[in-house]
Structures are given as structure tokens and as C-alpha cells.
Design a protein around this ligand. Sequence first.
Ligand code: AMP
Length: 500
Amino acid sequence: MSFANLGLSDKVLSAVEAAGYTTPTPIQEAAIPIVLELKDLIGIAQTGTGKTAAFVLPMLTRLENGRARARMPRTLILEPTRELAAQVEENFVKCGINHKINVALLIGGVSFDDQIKKLDRGVDVLIATPGRLLDLFGRGRLLMSGVEILVIDEADRMLDMGFIPDIEKICKLIPPSRQTLMFSATMPPEIKRLADMFLTNPVRIEVAKPASTAETVSQYLVAAGREAQDKRDVLRRMLRSAEDLKNGIIFCNRKRDVQVLYRSLEKHGFSVGALHGDMDQRARMAMLDGFRANKLTLLVASDVAARGLDIPDVSHVYNYDVPVHSEDYVHRIGRTGRAGRSGVAVTLVTDLDVKHLAAIEKLTGDDIEWIGPKISDLSEEERRGSGRGESRERGGRGRERDGRRGSSGRGETTAHGEGARKRGGERSEPREKPREPVAPAEGRGRRRPSRPTEDLAPVRAGDRPPARPRVDEIDEAPVGLGDHVPAFLLRPVRSVRGAE
Ligand code: AMP
């Protein structure tokens, strides 16, 4: 199947070619003709499947006829976060190079004035977060009566963020004759109810099961003590010993912890940024741009801030906290192993997380491998987080965990420590610790990323290791999906007309 067979206009087809897309992804192949037939659509798809272009391309084709009027947007796309809204805007810019269309972004954290001016000039595509949209509507700055297409993107995330009442209000403000497209990674009952209320005979398309983790991601668990200091120690050691770390996202459950961990990593010499909902828009964009441009190696983030970020080729995801909602685990680790590349996801587990971990393994059907001892193997002292960690070890006592971990115990202060300490930086010394063989990913001829080492050796005061991979070690970002198409993109699409 090629883009040319989907009913898109010539202008769109030439932009698609310029964007480097050669073959439509399954969601695009299924959704584009339906959108062009003016039918309502429920698309069950995660980010990374090409779902944005699945609505952007047919919308551009449709917008070629007609003109925008002042304060009356012709199409409206609702996004849960400012970052996602900005990404959709970028998609319109990339795929709309041959179009003269006005795109406006209505997001919180930026001045009203510019947004109002844009609305006054007439907008073809309005991309908005629900709160800001209702705010401007309440001030009489826009009319919804001209909206022909409404897109509700990331509906399940809207639910998590408490936006459903706002979405309902917005749906009621737009004439029912509109076309409605809804995208969601999962279909909880509340979203199903929303679809029943506001979509008319939608066609349902599903790509990749929501609970599935990409086969390209190698997942690992590491036991850590409950105390934040111990968790940070363990994380630092994982970061320093990670062989293939090019760039990574570190997820925390709480915004507060994002900030604390970010400061701590920065203090320890890591190249790191932070992303959480309390940061102002400029700071968030600056962090994100720095990370995208490989100026920052690590990004500490909360789920909401990172959801759906289109950052190609993140090599590692670290779960500093086990996510409370198991679906968040799938979304988090979906940040790596994208576009057919292999990725590593490491989750720190304390004894308080055992229940959530079990839920994750049940949801994903994955039996995740432990690096080092399981949490159940730790002593009570270790579970608490006392008696471990580099700061305490610096005080003198090397950790003697006897037998269980053999020569790679965390308390070791031998030459292994030296090797590990340099690994995040210059890598000048030959390694003294035998490595596990690196197995190629089955059937794909791709190199599987190295298993994170257990070599969590202590670092002595004054020996601050820089953990910045050299810029010239970092891969170029791929165009589109690069040369590989991830396995989950190739799964067959289920399309049931008139369902839901
Ligand atoms: P999305 O799921 O919309 O976040 O898209 C994920 C990534 O896939 C983005 O980097 C897109 O630019 C890219 N992409 C979307 N459609 C295609 C396609 N047909 N071929 C190659 N790359 C694509």
C-alpha cells in the first residue's frame, strides 16, 4: 500500500514525500480513507504508531476547500498537554509545506494576546488544551459554530488528568454535524461512554494491543532501598555502568521528586534536564529542545509531562519509581525501542512496589528479569535503604554481600569500581570485569543492547565521574521511522465499521 492509494491530495502527497515517509503505517492506512469519507472514527493506538499523521494528512486534504473566518476555527484538535499540542502543530508545519493554512496553538502558560490576535485573523486548525480553550471561549474570543472536524487525541490521558468534563462541555459547543475523531491508547469505560455520547456510528480501528510492550525493549528490574538516598545511589550506578546509554528518560511518580532527582543528578555531574507540569512553558520547551538536540543526555520527567513526546531513538528509560498505574509502565517504556531500534528499560523496585510490579507483569504478560538480587532477597536493613549506597560506603565499610552476587556486589571497592566509574565518561581503561555476551535480537539481525551490569561499585568522594557521553557518540535522529519499522507497527489492523 502506498500513500497515493489513500485518497490524499497531490499537495499532501508531495509533502509526505518531502517528510521522508514512504509507506503508510497501519493506522494511517486504515484511518485516512475513513477521515476522507467524513466518517467518525475511534482509533485505538499509542503514540509512535504514526497516529498524528493519520489525522493531520486527511485534514490537510479536506482543508484545501474553503476559508477560515475570524474567530471561527474550522477544525479543532484537543490535546492533554502543551507538549503534545506543540508536536501536533509541528506535524502540520511538516506536512503542510504546500498549504496556506493558519494553525494556532491555544495552550496554557503563554500570553493570551498573541493567541487572540491569531484567532481574530481566522484559523484553519486550532490545537488546544481544554482549559485554555474554554477560558478563551468564556471571554468571547472564539466561536465553535464553524468547527467541521473535532479531534480528541490521547483520550485516556485526558481522563487521567480530569479533563473529561471539559471535553464534554466542548463537544456540546460544537454543532453535531461535525466529524469527530477520537484517539486513545486504551478504552476504559469512561472513554467508551464519551464516544457513545459524542460520536456517530464511528468506525473503530485498533493497532497494537494497549497492554503490549514493544519487542524491541529489553526490560530489567533492580532492587533498591526505600530511602530516596539509596534509590538515587542505585540509579547513579546504573547510569554510570550503562554501556550503550546515548540518552535516557528517568520517570518519577511525583513532580516533587522530579525536581529533587534532577538537582541531585546535576550536582553529581550528569548532563540532565527536567520536565514536569509545574514548570513554565518556556522552561519546558527549553529542556525538551536541549534533550532533542542531544545537548542533554538525561531527562527526568513525570508521566504527564512526558506522555506522547516524539523523541526518536531514546536508548534508555529508567523508572525511578514503579508506576502506580500499570498502563503508565507501557507508555513509559514505549519511549525507547521506537522506530525499530532496540532500547533498554530499567525499573528500580523497593519492597513497597511489589504489588504494582505484579500488576505490571500481569498486564504486559512479561516476566521481567532482575539485575542482581530480587527485592525479596534483600535483608530488612537493605530494604529500608540503610547500610547500602555510595555515601554510606564511602564512610569505610565495603558492602559484603557474600556469595549472592559474587564478585559484582555493590560494595566492592576493587578495580571493577575504577572501570565502572570511568564508563560514563572517557572509557579509557580496559574493562576488567567479564561481560555477558551480547546476543543479537532474534530474527532481526539487530544488536541487542547490553544487559545493564550489576557492577554497582561505590564511588569515593572527590572522584566525580562526568556522565556525559561525547556528542560525537550520539546517533543522528532518524527521519520518520528511519530504516526500521517496529514490529508493533506491522501488526494487522482490526477495522469494524459501525462498531461502538
Ligand atoms: P506519532 O505516533 O504520530 O507520534 O508518530 C511517531 C513518529 O513516526 C513520528 O516521528 C513521525 O514523524 C513518524 N512517522 C509517522 N508516519 C510515518 C510514516 N508513514 N513513515 C515514517 N515515519 C512516520
